[in-house]
Design a protein. Structure first.
Length: 318
């Protein structure tokens, strides 16, 4: 079976499967419905719309110069928390707002959904890349990774594979070489780690990272996870310390807890935290399109990307 590195094209002929049709519909479903979009448009006719200015401010930090490659690990302790979605959003935002090449790496078993979220059927895995000879030019790197858009490269899921072992401590030299190779040509690399803070994918990604985002759902258990992880992480100056920002995600439109309030609860406890509200487009679980996000979500993810890069550059999450 060949591995496709071209953007996904879903069949629209009469023989498409029900799954293909559903994916085709969901990938174009905007977060805001027709009535809300109409309300925005009508309101904008009668007042000065500050949204563009707010979005510009929120995204400004994504475009700061990067002198050496920065690596951001997106981690979490629970499946379904929005970790892969957050990693894919960061990669898309950086690629949209920067002219240099951005990389997104599925650091799990190679059976994750990072490729899908970024619009590819499959892409070479991190293990594939680590086993190969290091690229010597950005063009060579581009040929060995999947390409989601002109300046966004992916190491994702291999087509038709069973689960394969991720890079582990025994492969630390290969993992380090891979990280250095990608960072040589990509100023920003986003790692989508497997679930669990103490499993191999998260450990080797954190070992290579300059910053970490801990993604957790806006639930009682999710917030307790964030508190436990934050209190147990090594302090600045201690071995293994990686500056971390908690991202509280609302994955259910009818959730009992408000993501913004839970993020504030964490900040009140001295833990740097932000939140992402529920978004119908993101909840579809297929290819994401920044243009289809709700306005509020677009502001939140742009600000998150700015803070994540600042954290990776100077270690300050505030």
């Amino acid at each position: 079976m060949t591995t496709s590195t071209e953007p996904r094209t879903t069949r629209t002929d009469p023989f498409e499967t029900p799954e293909e049709r559903l994916r085709r519909v969901l990938r174009t479903r905007p977060a805001d419905g027709a009535l809300r979009t109409l309300a925005h448009n009508v309101t904008d006719l009668f007042r000065s719309d500050a949204y563009v200015e707010e979005l510009t401010r929120a995204a400004a930090g994504t475009q700061v110069p990067v002198t050496t490659g920065r690596r951001i690990a997106v981690v979490g302790s629970r499946g379904g928390a929005g970790k892969t979605t957050t990693a894919a959003l960061l990669a898309r935002v950086f690629a949209a707002l920067r002219s240099d090449t951005i990389a997104a790496v599925d650091a799990g078993t190679g059976l994750g959904t990072l490729s899908l979220r970024l619009g590819l059927d499959s892409a070479p895995t991190a293990a594939d890349l680590a086993a190969a000879e290091p690229a010597t030019t950005v063009e060579e790197l581009s040929r060995t990774m999947g390409r989601a858009q002109e300046n966004l490269l992916i190491a994702g899921s291999g087509a038709g594979r069973t689960a394969e072992p991720p890079l582990t401590g025994a492969d630390n030299e290969r993992a380090s070489r891979l990280a250095r190779t990608i960072s040589r040509f990509c100023p920003v690399t986003v790692y989508d780690c497997g679930t669990g803070m103490h499993f191999a994918p998260a450990l080797w990604s954190l070992d290579q990272a300059h910053a970490a985002l801990f993604v957790t759902p806006a639930t009682v258990a999710g917030v307790e996870d964030a508190l436990a992880v934050a209190y147990r992480r090594p302090e600045a100056g201690e071995p293994g310390h990686v500056p971390m920002l908690v991202v509280v995600v609302s994955v259910d439109d009818n959730a009992a807890l408000d993501a913004g309030r839970q993020a504030k609860r964490l900040r009140d406890a001295g833990i740097p935290a932000v939140h992402i509200d529920y978004d119908r487009h993101l909840a579809a679980g297929v290819e994401l399109d920044l243009g289809l996000l709700a306005r509020k979500t677009r502001l939140q993810v742009s600000a998150l990307a700015s803070r994540a890069l600042a954290l990776a550059i100077d270690g300050r999450a505030g």
